[in-house]
Design a protein around this ligand. Structure first.
Ligand SMILES: *[C@@H]1O[C@H](CO)[C@@H](O)[C@H](O)[C@H]1NC(C)=O
Ligand SMILES: *[C@@H]1O[C@H](CO)[C@@H](O)[C@H](O)[C@H]1NC(C)=O
Ligand SMILES: *[C@@H]1O[C@H](CO)[C@@H](O)[C@H](O)[C@H]1NC(C)=O
Ligand SMILES: *[C@@H]1O[C@H](CO)[C@@H](O)[C@H](O)[C@H]1NC(C)=O
Ligand SMILES: *[C@@H]1O[C@H](CO)[C@@H](O)[C@H](O)[C@H]1NC(C)=O
Ligand SMILES: *[C@@H]1O[C@H](CO)[C@@H](O)[C@H](O)[C@H]1NC(C)=O
Ligand SMILES: *[C@@H]1O[C@H](CO)[C@@H](O)[C@H](O)[C@H]1NC(C)=O
Ligand SMILES: [Cu+2]
Length: 825
């Protein structure tokens, strides 16, 4: 019997990890599940290799060494100081073409060669560029080559031009601007920047909204913020002063300070603002000061009951899934899939099968966008594309017993940037959970039957600056798959001037003295490469429509009956769809194969659980987004699957919204979905989750996950011949006493012994009087009381030590694209 040991609380030390080889050198706390009376965990190995696995540290180093040699002519430096240097930026595994992957998974082909996808930062023609290359096959041999990686991109180009050369100078310039007008900031905001300690709680920080990209460089507005005391509440502490910076020149010596904006008015320069302040009648706005109101916890309150811990779920007998940790392969009641990660996207699942049949080749996040609106220069142009910062890079350790049950399995992931590998421990969890509501139940006259709804969840949490996204892939016993995202953390709030001439109330609600929530749309895009019972699929809109019809059996009494019926519409070309009004259509991906009843095997795609329908972007033709996120404009897209279109988005899109490297409109360009020579009916779905968020007072201090959540569900639609959860669910059937036909259909012969063998009994005892089994359990049961160790109920964080999380500060530093920049002398 294998004892299950796993890190309960590992020490997160992103910086430390970069110095140590492997994370095993880092002390961790462990729990032993010595209360597990049986082990359901024989050694388990994936049937195939995980061909999507992220590069390990050895592979990444191999690639770095190869590139340093192969691109010798670029004088690649290991320690870049700015984008004026040439260097290897990011390194990750290149996902194999589906064509090759499928030949390996389902044919006789050899395992697919491993390749890396790298970005190299290169200063060319007086400007910084990022170039994508593939490097392979790996490990490096004399056959290994670096080749431009351009085929998935707009115009086949493998590069983007960066509008930014030097992060240090953006930060420094912004702080210098604020320092130069210290008299103004003191007068209007009651604080000045502290150069020696930018986080001085009494100081100010100047935060650049540096993503309104114009040709050849940047124009940006910056806004003053108070640093938060401790909890990271900076985005609740905007101040009412904004400054425009013209940073179009790649030479920061040429940058200039433009207009100032305060209380609804524009001032051409600091002198004009000074003069106005000194003139009579100048109207000041209230201060937005930090205080206990930004605290995330209330440690003091003691309402009755708070002293008792809440109920928890335990898993005394171990999990029922099987996990191959090395290959990151999971098998659970018919579901089988591979898991991998990368810095930009986080968790990706591949080759999802149910009961041996293909369901999805791939499902994974493409981009997490948040688009704000407001009547000030920060909120009015605010937009984030969080894969740029790194949904995987920013997926930090999970807290056992809180983020996931204590008994979950925790996996690590690795990312590579600027010649270093970072291991983030315990940042993915896998667990089963039993819902508080049943999967199925029925009370018959003489019996009641109940089947528990136990599901499998794969979870990670990405903390991108102010926001925390909990991303779940949930598998249900009937073959349903749910993709769910919940948001928490600090909202990115707007300064509230309390100026009745402004239109600020059109964009949110006032939630503190000088603070307003600011409306925004979260649109989070996923790709689902559907292979429902094989690759040949098509999308059908099954409409539920009203109809007036005569039926022969109605006769003259009812000449015409108002009723409803089903109508099928084939989706015959690549297109975007919105969820239908009144849920009046089902979007079904059908296979060319049929079930036993002659019905086409399908999976229905629908807006799932959480807060209403999943949203698409409200804004039409966003001025900020350009062509960088057209996928946000509809709920669901159906496209042809193509090896040349592996992704619907790219983190570099954030830098060039008006000429994005991935132009989604070119993917969704109306090609025919009618089978033909060049279309073999393999389709791909892109879908969005998220929210139209108008935060309210309950979002202070943090947004709450139970309402800030939506999901999309993939539900078997005649995929099987009957409900497959029947054979896997666990539950009980209670027979009622004293009736011969107990629990059976009328007329069915009663055979006292019939149920003996099939159905388990708890103690094999029959009712003394009737001789009948009273309760028939199906699936395992708990047989006796357990001594549960405290750790199963309450994780032990004593001795928890941790160093800094590399949460990005939402400037360019620390992003998946730019990596971490360290000042070096
Ligand atoms: C690399 O360094 C050599 C020698 O200093 C120099 O001649 C060459 O121009 C450099 N190449 C690049 C691309 O910077
Ligand atoms: C970038 O981030 C790293 C790690 O958080 C930090 O040490 C460094 O000072 C930052 N650089 C800039 C320019 O902000
Ligand atoms: C700050 O003021 C100094 C002195 O007037 C000036 O040289 C410098 O350019 C100013 N810096 C910024 C960022 O405005
Ligand atoms: C829709 O597609 C199915 C399957 O390809 C086909 O049998 C049917 O005729 C199509 N219906 C219409 C109205 O084109
Ligand atoms: C979107 O806006 C741009 C200007 O920002 C304009 O050139 C373009 O025609 C607009 N496109 C559509 C489809 O409205
Ligand atoms: C993958 O597919 C693309 C697009 O068809 C093709 O250009 C590329 O060569 C393929 N890669 C491999 C390794 O076959
Ligand atoms: C993106 O693709 C669409 C459709 O092909 C096209 O109209 C648009 O001009 C493209 N945008 C860019 C910046 O190339
Ligand atoms: Cu939000």
């Amino acid at each position: 019997m294998e004892s299950r040991r796993k890190p309960l609380v590992a020490i997160t030390s992103v910086l430390l990890f970069t110095l140590l080889v492997g994370y095993f050198a880092v002390p961790s706390l462990y729990i032993t599940q010595d209360y597990a009376v049986k082990s359901h965990k024989p050694s388990f190995t994936a049937p195939k290799q995980n061909i999507w696995a992220e590069l390990d540290e050895v592979e990444a180093q191999d690639v770095y060494e190869f590139l340093l040699e192969d691109f010798k002519h670029l004088n690649l430096t290991r320690h870049p100081k700015s984008l004026r240097d040439n260097f290897v930026n990011t390194v990750e595994s290149l996902k194999p073409n589906k064509t090759d992957a499928v030949a390996y998974l389902y044919g006789d082909a050899d395992v697919v060669d491993r390749y890396a996808k790298v970005s190299i930062s290169q200063f060319t023609d007086g400007a910084p560029y990022f170039f994508y290359y593939t490097v392979g096959p790996l490990p490096v041999t004399k056959d290994t080559k670096a080749e431009p990686y351009g085929y998935p991109f707009n115009h086949g180009r493998n590069w983007i031009r960066s509008p930014i050369v030097d992060f240090f100078h953006i930060q420094q310039f912004s702080m210098n601007v604020a320092k130069n007008v210290s008299d103004i900031t003191l007068e209007l905001l009651g604080a000045t920047v502290n150069e020696n300690d930018p986080n001085d709680p009494r100081g100010l920080v100047a935060f650049p909204r540096s993503f309104r990209v114009v040709t050849g460089g940047l124009n940006f507005w910056l806004q003053m913020y108070r640093p938060s005391y401790s909890s990271g509440a900076r985005t609740l502490l905007p101040q009412g002063l904004y400054v425009k910076i013209d940073a179009k020149s790649l030479d920061f010596e040429e940058w200039t300070v433009g207009q100032y904006y305060y209380n609804g008015l524009i001032y051409d320069d600091e002198h004009k603002l000074r003069a106005a302040i000194e003139s009579p009648g100048f109207k000041k706005t209230p201060a937005n000061l930090d205080g206990p109101w930004t605290d995330t916890e209330d440690f003091e309150s003691t309402p009755a009951g708070r002293e008792l811990p809440p109920p928890v779920v335990i898993q005394p007998y171990g999990p029922r899934y099987q996990l191959d940790r090395k290959q990151k392969y999971i098998s659970w009641f018919g579901f089988e899939f591979f898991l991998t990660t990368n810095a930009a996207q986080g968790v990706l699942l591949y080759d999802i099968r149910f009961k041996g049949e293909r369901v999805m080749y791939e499902v994974g996040l493409q981009e997490a966008m948040a688009h704000y609106a407001g009547d000030d220069p920060m909120q009015g142009g605010l937009e984030w594309m969080d894969s740029f910062f790194g949904m995987g890079k920013d997926a930090f350790e999970l807290l056992p017993g809180y983020d996931c049950p204590t008994y979950a399995d925790y996996l690590d992931s690795q990312t590579h940037d600027k010649y270093e590998t970072t291991t983030i421990p315990n940042n993915i969890c896998v667990f089963e959970y039993t819902s508080d509501s049943l999967l199925a139940r029925h009370s018959a006259q003489y019996s009641t039957t109940a089947s528990r709804n136990t599901y499998l969840t794969v979870r990670s949490v990405s903390t991108v600056g102010n926001y925390d996204y909990t991303i779940d892939y949930v598998f249900y016993l009937d073959g349903t798959l749910e993709v769910k995202v919940r948001a928490s953390g600090f909202i990115f709030a707007a300064f509230y001037t309390t100026n009745s001439d402004k239109t600020e109330d059109e964009y949110g609600h006032r939630v503190h003295t000088a603070l307003s929530t600011s409306m925004h749309d979260h649109v989070i895009n996923f790709k689902a490469d559907m292979d429902v019972a094989g690759p040949k699929n098509d999308l059908v809109r099954l409409a539920i429509e009203p109809i007036t019809k005569s039926y022969s059996w109605d006769g003259p009494d009812v000449p015409k009956r108002n009723t409803m019926h089903l109508v099928e519409y084939n989706v015959t070309e690549e297109t975007g769809l919105d969820w239908p009004k009144n849920g009046g259509e089902f979007y079904i991906v059908y296979s060319d194969k049929k079930n036993a009843w002659g019905e086409r095997k399908g999976y229905r795609i629908t807006s799932g659980t959480g807060l209403g329908n999943t949203p698409h972007l409200t804004i039409i033709n966003s001025t900020t987004l350009g062509d960088s996120a057209r996928w946000a404009e509809h709920d669901l897209w159906v496209l042809r699957q193509k090896d040349s279109e592996p992704r619907g988005a790219d983190p570099f899109n954030f830098l060039e919204p008006f000429d994005p490297i991935v132009n989604f409109s070119q993917l969704a360009d109306g090609e025919s979905l009618i089978p033909s020579e060049e279309y073999d009916q393999d389709l791909v779905i892109y879908f969005n989750v998220g929210a139209h968020q108008v935060p309210t007072s309950v979002d202070i201090p943090n947004t709450l996950m139970h309402t800030a959540s939506t999901s999309v569900m993939f539900i078997p639609h005649n995929f099987n011949d009957r409900d497959p959860s029947r054979e896997s669910s666990q539950g009980v059937r209670i027979q009622l006493d004293g009736k011969k036909l107990s629990g059976r259909f009328a007329g069915e012969a009663y055979d006292e012994d019939a149920s003996n063998g099939e159905l388990r009994t708890r103690h094999g005892k029959r009712d003394a009087k009737t001789k009948k089994l009273k309760a028939h359990y199906f699936g395992g049961t708990y047989e006796k009381g357990l001594k549960v160790p405290l750790e199963a109920l309450e994780p032990n964080f004593e001795g928890y030590r941790s160093t800094m999380h590399a949460v990005p500060d939402l400037t360019f530093n620390g992003s998946a694209v730019f990596g971490t920049w360290r000042k070096e002398d």
